[in-house]
Design a protein around this ligand. Sequence first.
Ligand SMILES: O=C(O)c1ccc[n+]([C@@H]2O[C@H](COP(=O)([O-])O)[C@@H](O)[C@H]2O)c1
Ligand SMILES: Cc1cc2nc[nH]c2cc1C
Length: 354
Amino acid sequence: MSAQRWRDPVRVPDVACARAARARQARLTKPPGSLGRLEEVVCRLAALQASERPRVDAVRIVVFAADHGVAAQGVSAFPQAVTAEMVRNFARGGAAINVLARSLGASLEVVNLGTVHETGRLPGVIDRPIGSGTADLAREPAMAEAQLLEALAAGGEAAERAGRAEVDLLIGGDMGIGNTTAASAVASALLSVPPRYLAGPGTGLDAAGVRRKAAVIEHALALHGSALAEPLEVLRRLGGFEIAALVGLYLRGAQLGIPLLVDGFIATTAALVAVRVNASAREWFIYAHRSAEPGHRMVLETLQAEPLLSLGMRLGEASGAAVAVPLLRLACALHEEMATFEEAGVSAGPEPQP
Ligand SMILES: O=C(O)c1ccc[n+]([C@@H]2O[C@H](COP(=O)([O-])O)[C@@H](O)[C@H]2O)c1
Ligand SMILES: Cc1cc2nc[nH]c2cc1C
């Protein structure tokens, strides 16, 4: 498999800008550290944007949609037709991510990588067909090698479009009935953790449904066995087109030096694959939220990631990341606009302790 380009070095964040941003934070009229994670995240953005005064004005959201053969195993609370129906909903502007993108003034791209049910040509949807959904990962590899490379490339192309648009922040999202099964299988293989610790309700399975889903993944892991030794092979056998596209988006985004805000369980599993393929990519990820999907906790822990928000969201579509954008904007506004001790004539430095 010719995957070398994904291992090419990523851009090196600018530590001097992070240092300058930290020094500015220390001069702002507040006790040092009192803005907590907001200080930390703005200093990271400073390094990633190579600017002492980072901003989150131009935001690009890309939602990758695709179907999953494993849906045939009854692993979702919803029918497979919903993937194509939601692509139509995205095109009409009625999905959660449409509302969030409009509210944020963010540009939204929807990339359809292949659904079982036809959508026809839809305005505002980029058709990048790789197949009519993946094969059933519980019976055979989800993707052929060529399909994996195409899906990675589709994500890379989206990062390149974002780079040309000079966005300040790039967000990837997913839509695909059955994709929590695929993501749980990928995470299970990469973490060497039994599926019962990672599989969750997804769109709303009950406890018996979650047990069946874990058993399907268990069966898949046994079937693919020792072939699951390498991260891109894990992705090919157990992943999905949209998960692979997210991996491509993240790796190309990191190579181009675009700050990446990571969404929920599926997106974070893609980030984990990206880090296993190219370790330095991790520097480009900011984690937006902790999904209610139970497997997310373990994937975040493995990445030593502490997300900004925990709102019990489990929608996908990049929605959790979109909700975190105002927080990043506020962090940048505080950094930019607060007066320094010197400017405001406020006494700096702690009182000597008795
Ligand atoms: O992002 C998450 O954390 C998340 C958690 C649960 C479900 N989802 C979304 O729900 C769909 C997959 O759920 P399921 O039950 O069909 O595997 C897919 O479209 C995901 O975007 C997303
Ligand atoms: C309605 C619906 C919307 C979604 N958006 C992302 N995943 C989804 C799953 C369902 C079922």
